[in-house]
Write a protein that binds this ligand. Structure first.
Ligand code: ADP
Ligand code: ASP
Ligand code: MG
Length: 446
């Protein structure tokens, strides 16, 4: 839809827009390259350890309204955050009208999503004013369907048409409109998805995602100090890692750009010259295939352990188990099984509400010899496009975990052989990730 000139979509996360000083860095980055035309801001993040993200404060505000508690002090604090930014940027801008509107909607029991979306909306107004760019409300260009899912085609059509009238624009991240016209947000971290939707609509050459780290690291830098940066990662590898806890990019952010193969470049707002990580459809021909690309893990899983003699020869056994989980809207993560036993790994949060009913119904329907639920399970994903071609990776992973004295509860390997999932006790999560990282880091090119 655009002319031949390069077009870049740039998204800045909350940590990149937490205060006026960061806004200045962001503006320098944008102004340094005229092809950075469409800008997606998140809400202000934490300025220092112990500080609050504005989005979290907005959720708190909503909770107070629901529980009939006074929310004015927290709303005042939020307004203070924005006023400080406006003052630091010496802008002639007032958000008084916007805050009165939020207050009146809050006292009329606003929806949770509406309240949460104001973080990005207000930051977008400030950033557009500071850059001298047009402001486009995401509610006018991003749409969800009646199932609450992104309506990709309608969104793409409307977004494409709208942006063709603007050379430079700021579009706030994280939200859009539900099909009844109310405001709806993506899940947490969803501004990454907004950026990707816009990159698709304007057929961007690149989607730059600016954050507070110089790219996707082999492991979470909060677990291992100064881990290696991944220079190139494929969309599918990234998705595996992001889903399992590498929160640097929302796992669904690859879908809109994957359709046309637009690369995503993760960059550091505080170190703009660092190359960061390129996320691409396919690794280049001269790809250096490290044995593993990255490791991520998360807590919060439970295993439903089912034991029954000869379950493997009972036709329909698996279907019966899964249909009961389906009834309670519980999706499963993995199903490691033997001839007389099966473990179904599910999110503990999803199971919480119906755990007794699930056990009772499974007991009646499949008449197991034994059934139990084990909580506090963590999953670790070891991901790598090079794994399929390297012999002995699994042996090295399990040797490293064994030497760290960690008991493995479950193992699963995806059919594409680019990941190995390991279930362990939640207490062992950090040590497992460290043990695997140190086994591979530094040894892979030796
Ligand atoms: P933003 O506010 O820019 O959206 P996020 O906090 O959502 O930033 O994501 C960046 C953070 O993701 C980093 O500060 C880091 O703590 C965390 N993170 C977790 N896993 C990884 C990883 N593998 N590589 C880089 N960062 C990671
Ligand atoms: N501000 C939202 C959040 O904190 C969305 C985002 O940052 O991407 O989840
Ligand atoms: Mg984020």
């Amino acid at each position: 839809m655009q002319s031949n000139a390069a077009v870049k979509v740039v998204k800045f996360g909350g940590s990149s827009l937490a205060d006026a000083e960061h806004f200045k860095k962001v503006a320098d980055i944008i102004k340094a390259d005229p092809s950075r035309r469409y800008v997606v801001p998140s809400a202000p993040g934490k300025r220092f350890g112990g500080d609050s993200k504005v989005t979290d404060m907005l959720y708190e505000c909503y909770d107070r309204v629901v529980n009939n508690n006074d929310y004015t002090d927290i709303l005042d604090k939020i307004k203070e955050r924005y006023d400080l930014i406006i003052k630091g940027l010496e802008l002639n801008l007032s958000l008084d009208k916007e805050f009165s509107a939020i207050e009146s909607i809050l006292s009329n029991r606003a929806s949770c999503d509406y309240v949460a979306s104001r973080g990005e909306y207000l930051n977008g107004l400030i950033l557009a004013s500071y850059l001298g760019f047009s402001f486009i409300d995401a509610a006018d260009v991003i749409f969800f369907d009646s199932d609450g899912l992104l309506d990709s085609e309608k969104t793409n059509k409307v977004m494409c048409k709208k942006l063709s009238h603007y050379e430079y624009a700021v579009i706030p991240g994280f939200y859009g409109s539900a099909c009844d016209g109310s405001t709806k947000t993506f899940s947490r971290g969803g501004s990454d998805i907004t950026g990707s939707i816009i990159a698709r609509a304007v057929e961007a050459d690149i989607y730059e995602n600016w954050t507070d780290v110089s790219g996707v690291k082999m492991v979470d830098p909060r677990i291992v100090e100064n881990p290696k940066t991944i220079s190139v990662i494929t969309y599918s590898e990234l998705r595996e890692l992001a889903y399992m806890g590498a929160t640097v990019l929302h796992e669904d952010a690859i879908f809109p750009v994957r359709l046309t193969g637009i690369p995503i470049n993760i960059k550091n707002t505080n170190r703009p010259d660092d190359e960061g990580t390129m996320i691409v459809l396919q690794a280049p021909d001269d790809d250096v295939r490290n044995e593993i690309t990255g490791i991520a893990g998360k807590k919060g899983f439970s295993v439903i352990n089912i034991v029954k003699d000869m379950m493997n020869s009972e036709v329909g056994f698996g279907r019966k188990v899964l249909s009961i989980l389906e009834k309670y809207k519980i999706s499963f993560e993995h199903i490691p099984s033997g001839i007389d036993s099966m473990g179904v790994i599910v999110s503990s949060a999803l199971l919480a509400e119906s755990r007794e009913r699930v056990i009772n119904e499974l007991s009646c329907e499949i008449v197991p010899d034994c059934i139990s639920i084990e909580d506090n399970i963590a999953l670790v994903a070891v991901v790598g496009r090079g794994m399929v071609e390297s012999v002995g990776i699994a042996a090295r992973i399990f040797k490293a975990i064994g030497e760290a004295g960690i008991n493995v509860r479950m193992i699963d390997q995806g059919s594409t052989e680019n990941n190995i999932i390991i279930g362990i006790s939640a207490n062992d999560l950090e040590n497992t990730i460290k043990a695997i990282y140190y086994e591979f880091d530094g040894k892979e090119n030796s």
